[in-house]
Design a protein. Structure first.
Lengths: 92, 375
């Protein structure tokens, strides 16, 4: 009887951990989908300044740089990065 | 009697746990939130893009025509030094003639002149900057995005045009020269000349040049040059430049008139009548005195008649026997100046070229040339 109770307690803990893991996994997936949707909207959108800002922000961190590679072409990255450099030089 | 319940018909009913419901709702809400967020972001991007000053400038530039170029060029053209023979419109027309029918306007932002609330753009026509356009905010659209409108356009145009044309016109004295419809003042004639010994002789009696040269430079367009003689008749140039040459050289010869102006013609006819009588009749002091009235005392014609032809035997042999007044033919007259003319008169078989000058308001002869007309 005790053994059964222990098993039931153990399975309840595992179930909670499992559910938390599933929740976190889904949250991460949703977060990634959200970020990807935002990046894709910006990449396909008409606003150059938004593209430039997105590339700047994303490229600032090595962990997020892949997003720029995913949604922007090499030409766009080079162009907006170059424009940013020119503007910074002009301002300085 | 058995009782029928729902459980009886579902021997293995599906038990949906609260966790699954929560997870489903969580995913649905999250996806919906993402969708709404992305849609809003997309709208924001398009509204922001449409609200950029660049697009206001694109609409502005798309509506520009040749008149805009003209308006902007008026400012620098007004500051140019244009001769009195041309107007600002002349220069503008020259500029417009070099412009395509549909000129290409471009613009670029002038960051030095721009502020956050008044972006400025340099508008160029065919590559040359002509205007500095400043925008101002006029209201808001969605997401509090500004609506931009052109507040003012200032001309920054420069005229890259050099005067290419010049006029050099030789006209008889007394003529009126018009360049583009503007009369050239007499005092502007920079050069005077006389051609021939006869005109040098006329200088003794009428101190006016017979031929004037006028030179004008600094014209931007091919000028329209016209000349009118003393009596207002338009003269035809004996030499006119090619239409493409920027150096416009004109030479206007005198107009040969069959009849001189009335004042001269009546005096000439009286002179010739008296002359024929003097030459065909025996010596008479009254006729000699009458003849003297038509001559300048001491002139070559005076000496010719008084010394060379004083005696009857020499004088009566000049004209053919039987010559009368009815045989006088007035050929033509050239007005050399206002006070100097040459008149060709045929008497019998001889051609007389009378040189007349106006002294003391009376026309008198100072020289005559006799030529035998070949049969």
């Amino acid at each position: 009887m005790k053994k059964k109770q222990y098993r039931r307690q153990k399975s309840g803990f595992v179930q909670a951990v499992t559910r938390f893991g599933i929740f976190m996994l889904i949250t991460l997936i949703l977060f990634f989908c959200g970020v990807s949707a935002v990046m894709m909207t910006i990449a396909k959108g008409p606003l150059d300044s938004a593209k430039r800002n997105a590339i700047e922000k994303v490229s600032s961190y090595s962990a997020t740089r892949f997003l720029a590679d995913m949604f922007f072409t090499d030409e766009e990255i080079a162009r907006y990065t170059e424009n940013t450099l020119i503007r910074q030089q002009a301002q300085s | 009697m058995p009782t029928f319940t729902a459980k009886r018909f579902r021997p293995h009913p599906t038990k949906v746990s609260g966790w699954k419901i929560f997870l489903g709702l969580y995913i649905v809400l999250a996806v919906t939130g993402i969708a709404i967020g992305v849609a809003t972001l997309n709208s924001y991007l398009y509204v922001s893009e449409a609200a950029l000053p660049v697009h206001a400038m694109e609409r502005y530039v798309a509506g520009l025509s040749r008149d805009y170029y003209t308006d902007m060029m008026r400012v620098p053209v007004h500051q140019m030094q244009v001769t009195e023979y041309e107007t600002e419109e002349t220069v503008l027309n020259v500029l417009l003639s070099k412009l395509p029918k549909k000129p290409k306007y471009t613009f670029v932002q002038d960051y030095e002149q721009s502020t956050e609330f008044a972006p400025a753009f340099r508008v160029a026509c065919e590559g040359d900057d002509i205007a500095l356009v400043t925008l101002h905010q006029n209201g808001e659209t969605r997401f509090h995005q500004p609506v931009w409108e052109v507040s003012r356009a200032v001309s920054i145009a420069q005229v890259n045009l050099q005067p290419e044309y010049s006029v050099s016109a030789t006209v008889p004295n007394g003529s009126a020269l018009l360049v583009n419809g503007v009369a050239v003042p007499v005092e502007r004639f920079s050069f005077e000349e006389r051609d021939g010994v006869l005109e040098d002789a006329a200088l003794n009696y009428t101190p006016e040049p017979t031929v004037l040269l006028y030179e004008i430079t600094g014209l931007y367009a091919a000028p329209e040059v016209k000349a009118y003689d003393l009596l207002g008749t338009e003269m035809t140039p004996s030499f006119a430049p090619d239409s493409e040459k920027p150096q416009r050289v004109y030479v206007y010869p005198r107009i040969q008139r069959e009849k001189a102006p009335a004042e001269i013609q009546s005096r000439l006819e009286a002179l010739c009548r008296t002359f024929v009588e003097y030459m065909t009749m025996e010596f008479d002091p009254e006729r000699t005195a009458a003849m003297d009235d038509f001559m300048i005392v001491g002139s070559s014609v005076y000496q010719f008649l008084h010394i060379t032809l004083a005696a009857d035997n020499t004088r009566l042999g000049v004209l053919a026997p039987g010559t009368s007044i009815s045989g006088i033919q007035y050929l033509h007259t050239q007005m050399m100046t206002n006070t100097y003319c040459l008149s060709d008169v045929q008497i019998g078989t001889k051609l007389f070229r009378w040189s007349l000058v106006k002294t003391d308001n009376v026309w008198r002869a100072f020289h005559v040339e006799l030529t035998e007309i070949p049969a």
